[in-house]
Design a protein around this ligand. Sequence first.
Ligand code: CMP
Length: 411
Amino acid sequence: MTRDRVRDLRRRIYLILEQGGVGDGASRLVDRLLMAVIVVNLVAVALESVPEYSERYGVVFGLIEDVSLVIFTVEYVLRLWAAPEHLPYHRLGATRARVRYALSAAGLVDLIAVLPFWFAFLVPSELRVLQVFRMVRFFKIARYSPAMRSLLDVLYRERRALIGCVVITLGTAVVAAAAMHLAEARVQPDKLGTIPQALWWAIVTLGTIGYGDVVPITVAGKIIATVTIFLGLIMMALPVGIIATAFADEIHRRNFIVTWGMIARVPLFTELDAGEIADIMELLRAEVVETGDIIVRAGDPAHSMYFIAAGEVEVVVRKEHLRLGVGQFFGEVAVLRRSRRSATATALTRTNLLVLDAQDLHALMERDPRVAARIKDVVEKRVGHEIIGAKGDLVTEEIKRHEGNIEPAKK
Ligand SMILES: Nc1ncnc2c1ncn2[C@@H]1O[C@@H]2COP(=O)(O)O[C@H]2[C@H]1O
Protein backbone atom coordinates (compact mmCIF):
# COMPACT_ATOMS: atom_id res chain seq x y z
CA MET A 1 0.00 0.00 0.00
CA THR A 2 1.32 3.41 -0.87
CA ARG A 3 1.69 6.11 1.78
CA ASP A 4 -1.22 8.05 0.29
CA ARG A 5 -3.52 5.06 0.45
CA VAL A 6 -2.57 4.40 4.06
CA ARG A 7 -3.27 8.05 4.87
CA ASP A 8 -6.59 7.91 3.07
CA LEU A 9 -7.53 4.75 4.97
CA ARG A 10 -6.66 6.44 8.26
CA ARG A 11 -8.85 9.40 7.40
CA ARG A 12 -11.74 7.16 6.43
CA ILE A 13 -11.47 5.21 9.67
CA TYR A 14 -11.23 8.44 11.63
CA LEU A 15 -14.40 9.79 9.99
CA ILE A 16 -16.32 6.57 10.49
CA LEU A 17 -15.40 6.53 14.18
CA GLU A 18 -15.65 10.24 14.77
CA GLN A 19 -18.98 11.29 13.32
CA GLY A 20 -21.64 11.19 15.99
CA GLY A 21 -25.41 11.02 15.66
CA VAL A 22 -26.51 11.42 12.07
CA GLY A 23 -23.43 10.27 10.18
CA ASP A 24 -23.74 8.36 6.93
CA GLY A 25 -23.97 4.62 6.27
CA ALA A 26 -20.99 2.90 7.82
CA SER A 27 -20.45 5.64 10.37
CA ARG A 28 -24.02 5.48 11.62
CA LEU A 29 -23.86 1.71 11.83
CA VAL A 30 -20.63 1.80 13.83
CA ASP A 31 -22.08 4.51 16.11
CA ARG A 32 -25.15 2.43 16.84
CA LEU A 33 -23.20 -0.77 17.33
CA LEU A 34 -20.84 0.86 19.82
CA MET A 35 -23.74 2.56 21.63
CA ALA A 36 -25.48 -0.82 21.90
CA VAL A 37 -22.34 -2.47 23.27
CA ILE A 38 -21.93 0.28 25.87
CA VAL A 39 -25.55 0.04 27.01
CA VAL A 40 -25.47 -3.79 27.16
CA ASN A 41 -22.27 -3.49 29.21
CA LEU A 42 -23.81 -1.14 31.75
CA VAL A 43 -26.92 -3.28 32.14
CA ALA A 44 -24.70 -6.36 32.57
CA VAL A 45 -22.60 -4.62 35.26
CA ALA A 46 -25.74 -3.66 37.17
CA LEU A 47 -27.34 -7.13 36.91
CA GLU A 48 -24.11 -8.91 37.76
CA SER A 49 -24.11 -7.23 41.16
CA VAL A 50 -27.27 -9.21 42.04
CA PRO A 51 -25.87 -12.52 43.46
CA GLU A 52 -28.77 -14.58 42.11
CA TYR A 53 -28.32 -13.36 38.51
CA SER A 54 -24.56 -13.50 38.79
CA GLU A 55 -24.77 -17.20 39.70
CA ARG A 56 -27.37 -18.14 37.11
CA TYR A 57 -26.10 -16.08 34.13
CA GLY A 58 -22.40 -15.89 35.00
CA VAL A 59 -21.41 -17.36 31.63
CA VAL A 60 -23.45 -14.80 29.69
CA PHE A 61 -21.97 -11.90 31.69
CA GLY A 62 -18.48 -13.31 31.08
CA LEU A 63 -19.17 -13.53 27.36
CA ILE A 64 -20.53 -9.97 27.22
CA GLU A 65 -17.41 -8.74 29.01
CA ASP A 66 -15.01 -10.60 26.70
CA VAL A 67 -16.73 -9.51 23.49
CA SER A 68 -16.97 -5.89 24.71
CA LEU A 69 -13.33 -5.92 25.70
CA VAL A 70 -12.30 -7.04 22.23
CA ILE A 71 -14.60 -4.46 20.51
CA PHE A 72 -13.43 -1.57 22.71
CA THR A 73 -9.79 -2.58 22.29
CA VAL A 74 -10.09 -2.70 18.50
CA GLU A 75 -11.87 0.67 18.64
CA TYR A 76 -9.11 2.18 20.79
CA VAL A 77 -6.32 0.86 18.59
CA LEU A 78 -8.05 2.14 15.44
CA ARG A 79 -8.69 5.55 16.99
CA LEU A 80 -5.05 5.75 18.01
CA TRP A 81 -3.83 4.67 14.60
CA ALA A 82 -6.18 6.96 12.70
CA ALA A 83 -5.79 10.03 14.97
CA PRO A 84 -6.16 12.96 12.57
CA GLU A 85 -3.03 14.81 11.61
CA HIS A 86 -4.78 16.79 8.92
CA LEU A 87 -6.47 19.52 10.94
CA PRO A 88 -6.05 22.72 8.99
CA TYR A 89 -3.79 25.32 10.60
CA HIS A 90 -2.12 22.87 12.91
CA ARG A 91 -0.81 20.04 10.84
CA LEU A 92 0.57 17.43 13.17
CA GLY A 93 2.80 14.47 12.47
CA ALA A 94 1.15 11.06 12.91
CA THR A 95 2.92 10.41 16.23
CA ARG A 96 2.02 13.78 17.71
CA ALA A 97 -1.57 13.33 16.57
CA ARG A 98 -1.67 9.98 18.35
CA VAL A 99 -0.16 11.35 21.54
CA ARG A 100 -2.71 14.17 21.43
CA TYR A 101 -5.57 11.66 21.17
CA ALA A 102 -4.08 9.40 23.86
CA LEU A 103 -3.84 12.31 26.32
CA SER A 104 -7.22 13.86 25.50
CA ALA A 105 -10.18 13.29 27.85
CA ALA A 106 -11.82 11.03 25.25
CA GLY A 107 -8.57 9.07 24.73
CA LEU A 108 -8.13 8.52 28.48
CA VAL A 109 -11.73 7.34 28.89
CA ASP A 110 -11.23 4.94 25.97
CA LEU A 111 -8.04 3.63 27.56
CA ILE A 112 -9.49 3.22 31.07
CA ALA A 113 -12.40 1.38 29.48
CA VAL A 114 -10.03 -1.40 28.35
CA LEU A 115 -6.63 -1.33 30.04
CA PRO A 116 -7.56 -2.49 33.59
CA PHE A 117 -9.44 -5.44 32.11
CA TRP A 118 -6.50 -6.63 30.11
CA PHE A 119 -4.46 -6.53 33.35
CA ALA A 120 -7.17 -8.50 35.12
CA PHE A 121 -7.35 -10.86 32.16
CA LEU A 122 -3.62 -11.53 32.20
CA VAL A 123 -3.29 -11.55 36.00
CA PRO A 124 -6.63 -12.97 37.16
CA SER A 125 -7.83 -11.34 40.36
CA GLU A 126 -11.09 -10.56 42.08
CA LEU A 127 -10.81 -6.81 41.89
CA ARG A 128 -14.02 -5.04 42.86
CA VAL A 129 -12.41 -1.87 41.56
CA LEU A 130 -12.86 -3.32 38.08
CA GLN A 131 -16.61 -2.90 38.46
CA VAL A 132 -16.08 0.83 38.91
CA PHE A 133 -13.83 0.97 35.86
CA ARG A 134 -16.53 -0.75 33.87
CA MET A 135 -18.83 2.15 34.71
CA VAL A 136 -16.28 4.48 33.08
CA ARG A 137 -17.47 2.96 29.82
CA PHE A 138 -20.63 4.99 30.27
CA PHE A 139 -18.65 8.14 29.43
CA LYS A 140 -17.92 6.70 26.01
CA ILE A 141 -21.57 7.31 25.24
CA ALA A 142 -20.88 11.05 25.09
CA ARG A 143 -19.11 10.52 21.79
CA TYR A 144 -22.00 8.70 20.16
CA SER A 145 -24.96 10.54 21.62
CA PRO A 146 -25.42 14.06 20.23
CA ALA A 147 -27.73 14.89 23.14
CA MET A 148 -25.08 13.91 25.69
CA ARG A 149 -22.47 15.87 23.77
CA SER A 150 -24.75 18.89 23.68
CA LEU A 151 -25.24 18.63 27.44
CA LEU A 152 -21.47 18.49 28.02
CA ASP A 153 -21.02 21.49 25.71
CA VAL A 154 -23.68 23.38 27.63
CA LEU A 155 -22.06 22.59 30.98
CA TYR A 156 -18.73 23.79 29.62
CA ARG A 157 -20.16 26.95 28.04
CA GLU A 158 -22.11 27.88 31.14
CA ARG A 159 -19.29 26.92 33.49
CA ARG A 160 -18.84 30.46 34.83
CA ALA A 161 -22.50 30.87 35.72
CA LEU A 162 -22.56 27.38 37.23
CA ILE A 163 -19.40 27.97 39.25
CA GLY A 164 -21.06 31.20 40.43
CA CYS A 165 -24.07 29.16 41.62
CA VAL A 166 -21.84 26.68 43.43
CA VAL A 167 -19.94 29.49 45.18
CA ILE A 168 -23.19 31.20 46.27
CA THR A 169 -24.65 27.89 47.48
CA LEU A 170 -21.53 26.93 49.43
CA GLY A 171 -21.37 30.42 50.97
CA THR A 172 -25.01 30.15 52.02
CA ALA A 173 -24.40 26.65 53.38
CA VAL A 174 -21.54 27.88 55.59
CA VAL A 175 -23.63 30.80 56.92
CA ALA A 176 -26.66 28.53 57.55
CA ALA A 177 -24.42 25.96 59.27
CA ALA A 178 -22.85 28.61 61.49
CA ALA A 179 -26.29 29.97 62.44
CA MET A 180 -27.63 26.51 63.20
CA HIS A 181 -24.53 25.66 65.21
CA LEU A 182 -25.09 28.80 67.30
CA ALA A 183 -28.74 27.97 67.87
CA GLU A 184 -28.46 24.24 68.59
CA ALA A 185 -24.88 23.33 69.60
CA ARG A 186 -25.88 23.18 73.25
CA VAL A 187 -28.98 21.02 72.81
CA GLN A 188 -27.60 18.71 70.10
CA PRO A 189 -23.81 18.63 70.65
CA ASP A 190 -23.48 15.26 68.93
CA LYS A 191 -25.05 16.49 65.64
CA LEU A 192 -24.55 20.25 65.54
CA GLY A 193 -21.67 20.66 68.00
CA THR A 194 -19.26 22.01 65.39
CA ILE A 195 -19.72 24.06 62.21
CA PRO A 196 -18.41 21.22 59.96
CA GLN A 197 -21.00 18.92 61.57
CA ALA A 198 -23.73 21.52 61.01
CA LEU A 199 -22.55 21.84 57.40
CA TRP A 200 -23.97 18.38 56.65
CA TRP A 201 -27.39 19.52 57.88
CA ALA A 202 -27.06 22.77 55.83
CA ILE A 203 -26.14 21.00 52.59
CA VAL A 204 -28.90 18.41 52.93
CA THR A 205 -31.42 21.18 53.65
CA LEU A 206 -30.23 23.56 50.90
CA GLY A 207 -30.27 20.68 48.45
CA THR A 208 -33.97 20.31 49.35
CA ILE A 209 -33.27 16.67 50.22
CA GLY A 210 -33.95 16.70 53.96
CA TYR A 211 -32.92 13.20 55.08
CA GLY A 212 -34.25 14.00 58.51
CA ASP A 213 -31.19 12.58 60.30
CA VAL A 214 -30.51 16.00 61.85
CA VAL A 215 -33.51 18.18 62.72
CA PRO A 216 -33.74 21.44 64.71
CA ILE A 217 -35.53 21.29 68.01
CA THR A 218 -35.28 24.88 69.30
CA VAL A 219 -37.50 27.69 67.99
CA ALA A 220 -34.45 29.62 66.74
CA GLY A 221 -33.23 26.48 64.97
CA LYS A 222 -36.59 25.98 63.30
CA ILE A 223 -36.67 29.58 62.06
CA ILE A 224 -33.13 29.20 60.65
CA ALA A 225 -34.21 25.94 58.97
CA THR A 226 -37.27 27.61 57.41
CA VAL A 227 -35.17 30.40 55.89
CA THR A 228 -32.56 27.85 54.72
CA ILE A 229 -35.24 25.74 53.01
CA PHE A 230 -36.52 28.73 51.03
CA LEU A 231 -32.99 29.78 50.12
CA GLY A 232 -32.36 26.19 49.01
CA LEU A 233 -35.29 26.29 46.61
CA ILE A 234 -33.90 29.44 45.00
CA MET A 235 -30.33 28.10 44.89
CA MET A 236 -31.40 24.88 43.19
CA ALA A 237 -33.63 26.69 40.70
CA LEU A 238 -30.71 28.81 39.46
CA PRO A 239 -28.48 26.10 37.90
CA VAL A 240 -31.53 24.13 36.74
CA GLY A 241 -32.77 27.23 34.87
CA ILE A 242 -29.34 28.01 33.43
CA ILE A 243 -28.78 24.46 32.18
CA ALA A 244 -32.32 23.95 30.87
CA THR A 245 -32.35 27.20 28.88
CA ALA A 246 -28.87 26.69 27.44
CA PHE A 247 -29.63 23.04 26.62
CA ALA A 248 -32.85 23.94 24.78
CA ASP A 249 -30.98 26.65 22.83
CA GLU A 250 -28.18 24.25 21.96
CA ILE A 251 -30.50 21.49 20.76
CA HIS A 252 -32.45 24.00 18.68
CA ARG A 253 -29.34 25.55 17.16
CA ARG A 254 -27.22 22.47 16.63
CA ASN A 255 -29.67 19.71 16.00
CA PHE A 256 -27.73 18.42 13.09
CA ILE A 257 -24.11 17.54 12.78
CA VAL A 258 -21.90 18.29 9.82
CA THR A 259 -21.25 14.97 8.14
CA TRP A 260 -19.12 13.69 5.35
CA GLY A 261 -22.15 13.11 3.12
CA MET A 262 -23.42 16.67 3.47
CA ILE A 263 -20.13 18.08 2.24
CA ALA A 264 -19.72 15.52 -0.53
CA ARG A 265 -23.18 16.56 -1.81
CA VAL A 266 -22.08 20.20 -2.28
CA PRO A 267 -21.16 20.35 -6.01
CA LEU A 268 -18.29 22.71 -5.20
CA PHE A 269 -16.56 19.94 -3.26
CA THR A 270 -17.38 16.89 -5.37
CA GLU A 271 -13.92 16.68 -6.93
CA LEU A 272 -12.11 16.76 -3.60
CA ASP A 273 -10.57 13.62 -2.17
CA ALA A 274 -11.32 12.11 1.22
CA GLY A 275 -8.60 14.06 3.01
CA GLU A 276 -9.65 17.41 1.60
CA ILE A 277 -13.28 16.82 2.52
CA ALA A 278 -12.14 15.88 6.01
CA ASP A 279 -10.24 19.20 6.18
CA ILE A 280 -13.32 21.15 5.15
CA MET A 281 -15.45 19.26 7.63
CA GLU A 282 -13.31 20.68 10.40
CA LEU A 283 -14.00 24.19 9.16
CA LEU A 284 -17.76 24.06 8.72
CA ARG A 285 -20.23 24.67 11.49
CA ALA A 286 -23.91 23.74 11.44
CA GLU A 287 -26.71 26.23 11.87
CA VAL A 288 -30.47 25.75 11.61
CA VAL A 289 -32.69 28.66 10.53
CA GLU A 290 -36.47 28.71 10.61
CA THR A 291 -38.83 29.63 7.75
CA GLY A 292 -38.80 33.38 7.19
CA ASP A 293 -35.55 34.01 9.09
CA ILE A 294 -33.27 36.54 7.41
CA ILE A 295 -29.85 34.91 7.14
CA VAL A 296 -27.92 37.81 5.62
CA ARG A 297 -29.26 41.32 5.19
CA ALA A 298 -28.17 43.69 2.42
CA GLY A 299 -25.80 46.28 3.83
CA ASP A 300 -24.76 44.23 6.90
CA PRO A 301 -21.09 43.42 7.50
CA ALA A 302 -20.06 39.92 6.33
CA HIS A 303 -18.26 37.38 8.49
CA SER A 304 -19.12 34.10 6.79
CA MET A 305 -20.56 32.32 3.78
CA TYR A 306 -23.17 29.56 3.75
CA PHE A 307 -23.82 26.22 2.05
CA ILE A 308 -27.34 24.83 1.99
CA ALA A 309 -27.38 21.28 3.43
CA ALA A 310 -31.18 21.03 3.46
CA GLY A 311 -34.00 23.46 2.70
CA GLU A 312 -34.36 26.48 0.44
CA VAL A 313 -33.20 30.07 0.56
CA GLU A 314 -34.40 33.11 -1.37
CA VAL A 315 -32.06 35.87 -2.49
CA VAL A 316 -33.55 39.14 -3.71
CA VAL A 317 -31.42 40.74 -6.41
CA ARG A 318 -32.63 43.70 -8.41
CA LYS A 319 -36.25 42.97 -7.47
CA GLU A 320 -35.78 39.44 -8.76
CA HIS A 321 -36.50 36.63 -6.29
CA LEU A 322 -33.92 33.84 -6.77
CA ARG A 323 -34.23 30.47 -5.11
CA LEU A 324 -31.17 28.57 -3.94
CA GLY A 325 -31.45 24.90 -2.97
CA VAL A 326 -29.44 22.01 -1.51
CA GLY A 327 -25.76 22.12 -2.43
CA GLN A 328 -25.78 25.79 -3.46
CA PHE A 329 -23.99 28.51 -1.55
CA PHE A 330 -24.41 32.21 -0.85
CA GLY A 331 -22.83 35.01 1.15
CA GLU A 332 -19.49 34.59 -0.63
CA VAL A 333 -19.58 37.91 -2.53
CA ALA A 334 -19.27 40.21 0.47
CA VAL A 335 -16.71 37.94 2.13
CA LEU A 336 -14.51 37.91 -0.95
CA ARG A 337 -14.68 41.60 -1.56
CA ARG A 338 -14.46 42.33 2.15
CA SER A 339 -17.50 44.55 1.92
CA ARG A 340 -21.10 44.64 3.07
CA ARG A 341 -23.77 42.16 1.97
CA SER A 342 -24.94 42.77 -1.58
CA ALA A 343 -28.40 41.25 -1.09
CA THR A 344 -30.77 39.85 1.51
CA ALA A 345 -31.12 36.09 1.84
CA THR A 346 -34.17 34.64 3.62
CA ALA A 347 -34.98 31.03 4.53
CA LEU A 348 -38.01 29.82 2.56
CA THR A 349 -38.23 26.66 4.65
CA ARG A 350 -36.54 25.40 7.80
CA THR A 351 -33.00 25.24 6.47
CA ASN A 352 -29.83 23.51 7.57
CA LEU A 353 -26.81 25.62 6.75
CA LEU A 354 -23.11 24.84 6.78
CA VAL A 355 -21.30 28.00 7.80
CA LEU A 356 -17.76 28.80 6.65
CA ASP A 357 -16.04 31.72 8.37
CA ALA A 358 -14.49 34.43 6.20
CA GLN A 359 -10.90 33.70 7.16
CA ASP A 360 -11.40 30.00 6.51
CA LEU A 361 -12.85 30.73 3.06
CA HIS A 362 -9.77 32.80 2.20
CA ALA A 363 -7.47 30.07 3.51
CA LEU A 364 -9.40 27.39 1.61
CA MET A 365 -9.22 29.33 -1.66
CA GLU A 366 -5.53 29.92 -1.26
CA ARG A 367 -4.90 26.28 -0.51
CA ASP A 368 -7.19 24.77 -3.13
CA PRO A 369 -7.06 26.42 -6.58
CA ARG A 370 -9.88 24.19 -7.92
CA VAL A 371 -12.29 25.33 -5.24
CA ALA A 372 -11.13 28.94 -5.70
CA ALA A 373 -11.72 28.77 -9.48
CA ARG A 374 -15.20 27.32 -9.04
CA ILE A 375 -16.22 29.90 -6.46
CA LYS A 376 -14.91 32.66 -8.74
CA ASP A 377 -16.92 31.17 -11.61
CA VAL A 378 -20.13 31.28 -9.61
CA VAL A 379 -19.46 34.82 -8.37
CA GLU A 380 -18.72 35.89 -11.92
CA LYS A 381 -22.05 34.50 -13.10
CA ARG A 382 -23.90 36.06 -10.19
CA VAL A 383 -22.50 39.57 -10.34
CA GLY A 384 -21.80 39.55 -14.06
CA HIS A 385 -18.06 40.25 -14.13
CA GLU A 386 -14.73 38.67 -13.28
CA ILE A 387 -14.29 40.73 -10.17
CA ILE A 388 -12.10 38.61 -7.97
CA GLY A 389 -8.36 39.17 -7.79
CA ALA A 390 -5.73 36.46 -7.47
CA LYS A 391 -6.17 35.94 -3.73
CA GLY A 392 -9.93 36.24 -3.78
CA ASP A 393 -9.99 40.03 -3.39
CA LEU A 394 -12.34 41.87 -5.67
CA VAL A 395 -11.29 44.59 -8.07
CA THR A 396 -12.75 47.77 -6.65
CA GLU A 397 -13.90 49.37 -9.90
CA GLU A 398 -16.20 46.47 -10.65
CA ILE A 399 -17.50 46.46 -7.12
CA LYS A 400 -18.54 50.08 -7.53
CA ARG A 401 -20.42 49.17 -10.70
CA HIS A 402 -22.10 46.25 -8.91
CA GLU A 403 -22.93 48.38 -5.90
CA GLY A 404 -25.48 50.28 -7.99
CA ASN A 405 -27.53 47.09 -8.21
CA ILE A 406 -27.82 46.41 -4.53
CA GLU A 407 -31.30 45.61 -3.39
CA PRO A 408 -32.25 47.54 -0.23
CA ALA A 409 -32.72 45.52 2.96
CA LYS A 410 -36.06 43.78 3.09
CA LYS A 411 -37.84 43.18 6.37
N1 CMP B 1 -27.44 37.14 -8.98
C1 CMP B 1 -27.33 36.36 -7.93
N2 CMP B 1 -27.69 35.07 -7.97
C2 CMP B 1 -27.60 34.27 -6.89
N3 CMP B 1 -27.12 34.71 -5.72
C3 CMP B 1 -26.74 35.98 -5.61
C4 CMP B 1 -26.80 36.87 -6.69
N4 CMP B 1 -26.35 38.08 -6.29
C5 CMP B 1 -25.99 37.92 -4.99
N5 CMP B 1 -26.23 36.66 -4.58
C6 CMP B 1 -25.96 36.06 -3.26
O1 CMP B 1 -26.59 36.83 -2.24
C7 CMP B 1 -25.62 37.05 -1.25
C8 CMP B 1 -25.82 38.23 -0.37
O2 CMP B 1 -24.70 38.35 0.47
P1 CMP B 1 -23.24 38.46 -0.20
O3 CMP B 1 -23.13 39.77 -0.88
O4 CMP B 1 -22.23 38.14 0.81
O5 CMP B 1 -23.26 37.28 -1.26
C9 CMP B 1 -24.37 37.25 -2.08
C10 CMP B 1 -24.48 36.11 -3.05
O6 CMP B 1 -24.07 34.92 -2.47
